[in-house]
Write a protein that binds this ligand. Structure first.
Ligand SMILES: NC(=O)c1ccc[n+]([C@@H]2O[C@H](COP(=O)([O-])OP(=O)(O)OC[C@H]3O[C@@H](n4cnc5c(N)ncnc54)[C@H](OP(=O)(O)O)[C@@H]3O)[C@@H](O)[C@H]2O)c1
Length: 389
């Protein structure tokens, strides 16, 4: 199995389906709006007033009810979007990944229509098997985007692997390339069938690394390689606003999920080394439970206040030593034995920087806009994740 294949652990398991209550559902996806509020505030936008098909008009009407929460940095006015209680059609890149598979499961369980934009439809079909899913290969992304109410962009070469020069190029080009492809598809859609919103992933690596600074969405970008990747990635996404789409960029912290990502890698390391801080232990870990990152994306799809940049990190970041101590307690393993840098460098090469160095990031705008974290505390998050594993 390739390194890339090994990292793709985000398969929607039957366990996930059960957790989400999917198995109890009839399996029919309504795919239609069930409600719409009557008052639609006058909207000005490069796309003009909402004149799209019925679902879009109803979404537009509903949007006016959410005007109370305003982002601090205003962005392009919104044309059409759904509220969280209405049925959406969401096109997703990177849907087969650790985060995407959970997003697909949750959207499908709630009766939303999901279109999977993938590099490989056959492989994606084998990983995601919910009734009503549609799959679109690279040459079909335009068709997959047209008529969707929103797009979520998660695609990118995994970074927590051994970095070679070629891989570093691919880490950047895969993100910028997939984002450009999906933004081009949004731009190419006829105005009355154009998605109203793009939710695009970025990472807290945007800020660079520091053991002393605290970063919010207003902080400047860092000077290292990952910061440069994030800037290019975000700029590609932001360009969708030129045709009136609302763009929300979510800078993900370390997404905690037992099947993969940092926690998925740490759990076996803990087993081998009897647990303990990775590296110095002083590095900051700005983490988020996978359910919160998924809920945040679903909220951002339907709530027009989500425009601009939002940190997708829990409000209580911790140092690595604390994360290991909490994890050790929950696993009933000692957590005093540090895992030396060289062991991780052997395993992950330069990619070890993802866990050996970090940054303290606060979700200032995310909280200001009203998002309530289901798991603000690390111990609750880890207990939930480890017990449900
Ligand atoms: N997980 C984290 O802790 C974390 C933290 C910060 C940022 N992020 C970012 O959030 C996004 C989603 O994270 P994730 O953990 O769910 O990612 P993931 O599990 O690695 O999945 C990413 C998806 O991107 C697609 N992909 C993989 N390699 C690609 C390539 N070379 N070119 C184009 N597409 C490629 C794959 O979908 P198909 O095979 O279906 O095309 C894959 O399922 C990623 O962009 C990641 O960088 C994640």
């Amino acid at each position: 199995m390739s390194a890339l294949g090994a990292y793709h652990r985000g398969v929607a398991s039957s366990q996930s389906q059960r957790e989400l209550g999917f198995a109890q559902r009839s399996g029919s996806l309504p795919g239609r709006l069930t409600s719409g509020r009557s008052a639609c505030a006058p909207m000005t936008s490069p796309l003009g007033p909402c004149s799209g098909p019925a679902p879009f008009r109803a979404q537009c009407a509903a949007a006016s009810g959410r005007a109370a929460i305003r982002p601090r940095r205003a962005a392009a006015p919104i044309v059409c979007q759904a509220t969280s209680s209405e049925k959406m059609t969401v096109a997703i890149t990177g849907a087969t990944g650790l985060v995407g598979s959970r997003l697909v499961a949750k959207l499908a369980a709630a009766g939303h229509k999901v279109r999977v934009l993938t590099r490989n439809p056959a492989s994606a079909r084998s990983k995601l098997s919910y009734p009503g899913l549609e799959f679109f290969g690279p040459s079909e992304w335009r068709r997959g985007v047209e008529g969707a109410s929103g797009v979520v962009n998660l695609a990118g070469e995994p970074i927590a692997t051994r970095w070679t020069e070629d891989l570093k190029k691919s880490i950047k080009s895969s993100r910028v390339g997939a984002t450009t492809a999906v933004v081009d598809a949004i731009k190419a859609a006829p105005a009355d069938r154009r998605p109203g919103v793009l939710i695009s992933a970025s990472a807290v690596g945007f800020y660079g690394i520091s053991s002393t600074a605290t970063y919010t969405e207003d902080s400047p970008s860092g000077n290292d390689y990952l910061a440069e990747v994030c800037r290019a990635w975000e700029a590609a996404a932001q360009s969708a606003s030129s045709v009136g789409a609302r763009v929300a960029i979510l800078r993900f912290g370390i997404v905690l999920a037992p099947e993969g990502g940092a926690l998925g890698k740490m759990l076996p390391v803990f087993q081998i080394f009897a647990g303990g801080p990775l590296g110095s232990g002083k590095q900051w870990m700005s983490w988020i439970h996978r359910d919160d990152v998924v809920d945040l994306m679903i909220e951002a799809l339907s709530n027009p206040a989500y425009s601009g940049v939002f940190n997708a990190t829990a409000p209580k970041p911790v140092r690595m030593s604390e994360l290991c101590s909490v994890l050790g307690n929950i696993l009933g393993r000692p957590s005093w034995l540090p895992v030396p840098d060289f062991a991780l460098m052997t395993l992950l090469g330069e990619g070890a920087s993802v866990v050996l160095e970090g940054q303290r990031v606060m979700p200032a705008r995310t909280q200001a806009v009203g998002y309530r974290f289901k798991y603000p505390d690390l111990s609750d998050a880890l207990r939930n994740l480890v017990r449900n594993n």
